[in-house]
Design a protein around this ligand. Structure first.
Ligand code: B12
Ligand code: SF4
Length: 432
């Protein structure tokens, strides 16, 4: 039985070949372990018209849906249903995890909620053995992440993707899943609000496989909470010291024992740390339930840079309560912190986040329920979609502010859409 896992294109994205579809590659390796044939159809960079010739016959189709690209995913599902009417088509990923009952998803034979390595095998078994299963399948979180096989690198052209660390093509790795915080803009429907860790040995095994099979020594960790446990960082440093790796990771700015943490990151090969700064205004951070301070954000950037790591930060504009003054505070933060890279996104109430669930609590009006408007990163001119109107900022004013911010970033040599941090570094002490 052949299972076809489909990566939907993000047509508004400048570089749709940034990262390999890690989630689908995990599903593929779990299916293969149970002797299913699996294909990953990576439609990155395609228009809907050109997708059509890429979709071949299979026995079961699985489509990954993100909210902003869900319309394209639905069109692809419809195309499959028209051309291979007997074949079941299922979906999973962030969008159905947040809104499994959505009417638009009725086209799918099954809708799968949350991380799905276990469910996908059960579903394939059910179709193979002609057994009944519920249409909406709520997956349990995987307790032992070491029990799942490594992602199926061989099913995609790994060297075709563009993400770089230290100037070199890197592989994505996820060493832990989940996050214990509850920021009001964040959609945690897939991985949940408890952190589950892979063992360091299991991560090191993946790294060694990447080195042995592809000669890749550069990595990007997608973990939400990579830096949360110092003991893990110490073990990671010890166990990778002979491997000569470099990597990029995400971190909150309120890690315990920060100086030691950034030193450990540096010593274990970290070149870039990305912080969710979000705003230069404490008022906005509090409204976001970020549970962090502007002061911590300043300190973290300084400490990471002093440890010799490139400090980049993600910001969001247009969160409920945002005003021109608070946006200017964010710009001022970029200036004063002397951070190495800054990327600004438009706030979009992604289904699954608290603002989407309770707009009234935040005093906002959701003005679009067309999910094709829900781009935060890309969208029209990279400005993000117009989805909400706040008491203090209309959707048009927000778009103008985003233009202003992008102009500022450009003038400062931050392009926002680039992966090439190294050529734009302001912090000259780092040898990269
Ligand atoms: C790294 C990352 C990226 C990377 C690369 C993603 C990748 N590896 O494919 C980049 C930067 C390219 C990216 C882009 C975008 N991202 Co992103 N990303 C992430 C991040 C941090 C980790 C994703 C990851 O690799 N997880 C590890 C793997 C194992 O999990 P997974 O991919 O989710 O797959 C599992 C399940 O979702 C499920 N599943 C997935 N597909 C399918 C299919 C079927 C059939 C089934 C049954 C199950 C299933 O099973 C998988 C295995 O457990 C998450 C946050 C998070 N912690 O989840 C955000 C996140 C997924 N991204 C998000 C968004 C919005 C986007 C963009 C739409 C941004 C935009 N353009 O506006 C784009 C869309 C890109 C696209 N392909 O269309 C949101 C999604 C919210 C939503 N409701 O859509 C998230 C949740 C961030 C957030 N908290 O808000 N992203
Ligand atoms: S934004 Fe970061 S810290 Fe906040 S809930 Fe999401 S993953 Fe956790």
């Amino acid at each position: 039985m052949l299972v076809d896992l489909i990566r939907v294109p993000d047509i508004t994205c400048i570089d749709d070949f940034l990262d390999e579809p890690l989630g689908l590659m995990y599903l593929a390796s779990c299916l293969r372990e149970k002797d299913y044939d699996v294909r990953i159809t990576n439609l990155a960079g395609h228009s809907f018209e050109s997708c059509k010739s890429k979709i071949k016959e299979a026995d079961l189709y699985g489509i990954q849906l993100y909210t902003p690209t869900s319309k394209m995913g639905l069109d692809i599902a419809k195309f499959i249903k028209e051309n291979f009417p007997e074949k079941p088509v299922i979906c999973g990923g962030a969008h159905p995890s947040a809104l499994p009952e959505l009417k638009e998803l009725e086209i799918f034979d099954n809708v799968v909620v949350r991380e799905s390595e276990i469910s996908i095998v059960k579903i394939a078994d059910a179709y193979r053995n002609k057994k009944q299963i519920p249409r909406i399948i709520e997956s349990d979180f995987i307790k032992d992440l070491d029990s799942i096989p490594l992602p199926a690198w061989d099913l995609v052209d790994m060297l075709k993707f563009h993400r770089k660390v230290d100037g070199q093509r890197c592989f994505g790795i996820i060493g832990s899943r989940g996050c214990t915080f509850h920021c009001a803009f964040c959609d945690q429907a897939i991985m949940g609000d408890r952190v589950r860790f892979r063992s360091v040995d299991n991560i090191v095994y993946e790294i060694k496989e990447a080195i042995n099979k592809y000669g890749i020594r550069h990595f990007e960790f997608f973990d939400d909470m990579f830096t949360i446990r110092k003991s893990r960082l110490i073990e990671f440093k010890e166990k990778t010291k002979e491997l000569n790796i470099s990597y990029r990771c995400n971190s909150r700015t309120d890690v315990p024992e920060p100086e030691e943490t950034y030193k450990l990151l540096k010593e274990s090969g970290c070149k870039v740390v990305s912080f969710g700064i979000e705003s230069g205004s404490q008022k906005i951070l509090d409204r976001m339930n970020k549970q962090n301070t502007v002061e911590n954000n300043y300190k973290a950037i300084k400490m990471a840079q002093e440890a010799g790591i490139i400090a980049m930060g993600y910001f969001m504009i247009g969160f409920p309560g945002e005003t021109i003054k608070t946006i200017n505070e964010s710009i001022e933060f970029v200036e004063k912190s002397n951070m190495d890279q800054a990327q600004f996104y438009t706030f979009v109430p992604l289904p699954g986040c608290d603002v989407y669930k309770h707009p009234e609590k935040y005093g906002v009006k959701i003005i679009s329920h067309n999910f094709s408007d829900y781009y935060l990163v890309t969208g029209k001119e990279g400005l993000g979609g117009k989805t909400i109107e706040t008491e203090s900022l209309s959707a048009d004013e927000l778009e103008n502010q985003m233009r202003k911010v992008r102009k500022f970033l450009k003038e400062r040599g931050f392009r926002g859409e680039t992966q090439d941090y190294y050529s734009k570094l302001k912090y000259k002490k780092i040898d990269v």
